[in-house]
Design a protein around this ligand. Structure first.
Ligand SMILES: [Mg+2]
Length: 189
């Protein structure tokens, strides 16, 4: 991948809990030794294996980003307490909404953890809420809000737009949703 995209594109890896701690260290050290310049590695090991993730974090230079390990504040407290990750991926669909997400971002910042806001497979409404959160609260690294790109058509009129790699927030109040895209919704049931 690095050879294909050249040196100026940032690469992030998401193992989605797929490695054992030993595998994670072997792979991530291999990436570092090869000079592949990976920005971060997300959730290298099973979400409940916080001791394993801490063991990995201790042994690699690439920042480790907790995703599935952190749904709510109690999860984040455990990650902080065990120094299991360098960063946390806050998602509205995991924590339940804007207010808990703000609490997670504040808690992470208070403990010197890096942050991004991520997305699952939301459309423009959900990603609009996440982008508003980022605009209001900020994160330490670029957020991961590409989910609405995957839709062939939008169920709503208004809301966010994409301009290349940027999410543009609407000027309208709230999430800026002007209307439901009735014709499309009817046709696709
Ligand atoms: Mg992830």
């Amino acid at each position: 991948m690095r050879a294909a995209v050249g040196p100026d594109v940032r690469i992030r890896l998401d193992a989605n809990q797929g490695w054992t701690p030993r595998e994670a260290v072997r792979v991530i050290r291999g990436i570092t030794d090869a000079g592949l310049d990976v920005e971060l590695v997300e959730q290298p090991v099973h979400r409940r294996d916080l001791d394993g993730m801490a063991w990995v974090s201790d042994r690699v230079e690439v920042p480790i980003l907790a995703d599935e390990s952190v749904f709510d504040v109690r999860d984040l407290v455990e990650v902080i307490r065990r120094r299991a990750a360098d960063m946390v991926n806050v998602k509205l669909a995991k924590c339940g909404g804007l207010q808990p997400a703000r609490t997670l971002l504040d808690l992470a910042a208070a403990h010197g953890m890096g942050t991004i806001v991520g997305s699952m497979m939301e459309g423009p409404v959900g990603v609009g809420a996440a982008a508003s959160l980022v605009a209001a609260c900020g994160t330490t690294a670029v957020s991961d809000l590409d989910a609405a790109w995957w839709l062939a058509w939008s169920p709503v009129a208004g809301g966010i737009r994409y301009d290349g790699a940027s999410v543009l927030l609407p000027d309208a109040p709230g999430l800026g949703i002007a209307d439901v895209n009735e014709a499309k919704v009817q046709r696709h049931g």
